[in-house]
Write a protein that binds this ligand. Structure first.
Ligand code: ATP
Ligand code: MG
Length: 258
């Protein structure tokens, strides 16, 4: 598709194209396309920019991943299609393991995601086929399967664009959960320990950059960063930002005259 350079929704349309390509290549589930639309709506309202509350969450997330003994990055189809190179970079910088973790699990999609990540330089991808042999209690059917070398024994899990049921299950297992989710009202956003309210395409590069910056820091300083961080404040600030922005927009001339 040819999108003119001055098209006001160019960025957003390019992201859509990546997802549609992912769908055609068996990486993205049809439901993943719909989930993206829900995210896009919040991104529109947030002004399609990384806001202050997201930057603070990114700092806390970087500190938590660097302090972890066994960090795992959970990847679904949308995340694999949108930011494969940054998943690989984050794993390299932190020693985190990468695990495929699908809401709509099929052997073909798991394998397609694994191959996609390997082609972007991932050394190992857990959670595919026989490797997803452990189960998370309380979750049903295929959604409960995890890798015994990955999420099962992880202390910190990054779950971008995760479903609320599974985030709750991870919390009950005692994991420290970091998420990236554009919707500050989703159950995942409200259950996680650190919620980066931003588009995954903007948040992941910033998270990799932050990890690089904080890598050499004293562990005490990183622990301090996490204890200072308050996720409820992040959620509140995001909602305040949205309400102020809408009130401000509502006082302007909105009609577009052509
Ligand atoms: P929950 O189950 O946590 O209550 P939900 O049922 O509303 O959330 P799901 O489809 O389960 O939504 O989860 C997908 C989440 O990912 C949504 O909150 C959506 O806003 C978010 N999302 C979709 N695309 C992106 C993106 N590109 N960047 C960040 N977040 C996104
Ligand atoms: Mg859900």
């Amino acid at each position: 598709m040819n999108i003119p350079f001055n098209h006001p929704r160019r960025e957003s349309l390019l992201i859509r194209e990546r997802l549609v390509d992912g769908f055609r290549n068996g990486i993205v589930a049809p439901e993943g396309l719909i989930a993206h639309g829900r995210g896009e709506c919040f991104d529109y309202i947030l002004g399609e920019k990384t806001q202050e509350f997201a930057l603070r969450a990114i700092e806390a997330a970087a500190a938590a991943i660097l302090l972890a003994n066994h960090p795992v990055i959970s990847v679904n189809g949308n995340v694999a299609a949108l930011v494969p190179e940054y998943i690989v970079k984050l794993a390299e910088e932190t020693g985190a393991l990468i695990e495929v973790n699908l809401f709509y699990r099929t052997r073909e999609r798991e394998e397609a995601i694994k191959q996609h990540l390997l082609s972007h330089g991932a050394r190992e991808v857990l959670g595919v086929g026989e490797d997803a042999s452990a189960t998370i209690p309380e979750l049903f059917s295929e959604r409960r399967r995890v890798s015994p070398r990955g999420i099962l024994i992880a202390d910190v899990v990054l779950v971008p664009l995760e479903d609320g049921d599974r985030t709750e299950a991870l919390k009950r297992l005692g994991k420290f959960v970091v998420t990236i989710d554009l919707n500050p009202l989703s159950r995942t956003a409200r259950t996680a320990d650190v919620t980066i309210i931003d588009n995954v395409v903007r948040a992941m590069p910033l998270l990799v950059e932050k990890v690089r910056e904080l890598k050499g820091r004293d562990r005490g300083v990183l622990k301090e960063t996490i204890s200072r961080y308050n996720n409820n404040e992040t959620l509140q600030e995001a909602l305040r930002f949205i309400s102020h922005r809408l009130v401000e927009l509502a006082s302007r001339e909105l009609r577009i005259r052509v």
